[in-house]
Design a protein around this ligand. Structure first.
Ligand SMILES: [Zn+2]
Length: 427
């Protein structure tokens, strides 16, 4: 078993945390922003220092590759993103990029024999915080392999027209891309012709590993989900003059619905071994005036679980409730988007589990509730993920933290899993 260097990993964490440093512990590093360019430049500097060949594709993904002993073997890639959300943390995305770099640095420093070329990769615009949607570029690159219901969300021409959600010197994502020196050629894109496996190492972004006392997780799949808008229609009138019994208060209807839905979902959850999760994070009220009875109320509903049958049951509850009368208001529901669960490649998951076990790490099988580039890549080539323990389960915020030791443990697990993949006849 080989181990990555704690010292080298700590140095990378410290260095990359400077790019987009917001001054209070976290970063804001939008895709293709000056801060992201600094991170990309650092990637180039460190990878050229070990003799890796740097390539960029037409959507500014970056690849640093060291050759293997077999000239006909396809590449094994380790990648994640270097962009963050606004006021995000120092680990989401970049941990997976640093892992790829650390694996290559370890292989070179210790002269570890390998057949396949090994590549460290940066995926462009995963968060979509400045230019939506999230996972934009993996959606573009893996487009031909996506299920049909996802394709309309990632049409290349539409993605290029994406406009910034925050301050930017560019009018569209396409303009930002045209201006970056990291835009290369389409033939450099990750593809099944050139690549045989993808590993994405990422912080868990939840408390499951920490609560179980485990350092790392072998990710089995990305959960399926659906996202709906639930709308209530009543009528507005004066808050002081209109009698309660005659009101059709859309907000009161929405709140009654929400409480009943949670009760029903909680009952369903209690019958299952694998927990499912349901969230209303956004609410809209009209006219939103304190002296007016609301005539329109609308909320979001995000439901996630690995099994389609459970999502079907949750959907049946949603539809049953929507057909009822709520405080004399009508209700309609509209699907925003959905995705099926995406299982990872069983052979790669096996390599990850064996590596964690053989390294003597505290590990467990785990599922991903969040979306990642790996989930789109999994439609295209064999893919898997490794999770590392996240302090207090916090992510997408400045206190987000993974210890240097846990980052190094996840990198060592990745390194040995990659070497098992390299030695396997199946890749
Ligand atoms: Zn991420």
């Amino acid at each position: 078993m080989y181990k990555c260097s704690l010292e080298r990993m700590s140095d990378k964490i410290k260095t990359f945390s400077k790019f987009g440093d917001a001054g209070h512990g976290g970063i804001t590093r939008y895709s293709l922003s000056p801060a992201a360019h600094q991170a990309r430049q650092e990637f180039v500097k460190r990878m050229e220092a070990i003799g890796a060949k740097i390539e960029c594709d037409d959507v500014a993904c970056m690849y640093a590759t060291i050759e293997g002993s077999d000239p006909n073997a396809k590449r094994i890639v380790m990648g994640s993103h270097c962009d963050s959300v606004k006021n995000g943390g120092n680990y989401d995305g970049i941990e997976g990029v640093m892992t790829g770099m650390e694996v290559l640095e370890t292989v070179v420093a210790e002269n570890i024999p390998h057949k396949h070329p090994l590549t460290a990769m940066i995926w462009t615009n995963e968060e979509g915080s400045l230019y939506p949607p999230a996972m934009m570029v993996s959606g573009i690159i893996c487009y031909d392999y996506l299920p049909d219901y996802l394709k309309p969300n990632f049409v290349y021409e539409n993605m290029m027209k994406s406009t910034p959600m925050d301050e930017s010197e560019f009018a569209t994502f396409g303009d930002a891309l045209a201006a970056t020196k990291f835009k290369g050629s389409k033939e450099n894109r990750i593809s099944p012709e050139k690549y045989c496996a993808m590993f994405e190492t990422h912080l868990e972004q939840g408390p499951i590993l920490e609560d179980a006392g485990n350092e790392v997780g072998a990710v089995q799949l990305v959960m399926g989900m659906f996202n709906y808008r639930v709308r209530f229609h009543g009528f507005t009138a004066h808050a002081g003059t209109f009698p309660m019994a005659k009101r059709h208060d859309a907000l009161y209807a929405a709140s009654a619905f929400l409480c009943e839905m949670h009760k029903r979902f909680d009952e369903l959850n209690a019958t299952m071994s694998q927990e499912f999760v349901y969230t209303t994070g956004e609410i809209y009220v009209h006219p939103c005036i304190h002296t007016c009875i609301p005539d329109e109320a609308e909320f979001s509903l995000d439901v996630r679980h690995p099994e389609p049958e459970v999502l079907d049951k949750a959907m049946a509850i949603l539809k049953e409730l929507a057909a009822k009368d709520w405080c004399q208001c009508t209700c309609d529901i509209e699907e925003q988007w959905k995705r099926d669960a995406v299982p990872f490649d069983k052979r790669l998951v096996g390599f990850v589990e064996e590596s964690m076990e053989e390294l003597g790490l505290k590990w467990q099988k785990i599922l991903s509730g969040a979306g990642h580039d790996a989930q789109f890549c999994a439609y295209m080539i064999p893919t898997t993920m490794i999770f590392s323990r996240t302090k207090d389960g916090l992510s997408h915020c400045e206190p987000e933290h993974v210890s240097d030791e846990d980052c190094t443990a996840a990198a060592s697990a990745t390194l040995n899993a990659v070497l098992k993949c390299d030695a396997s006849d199946e890749f």
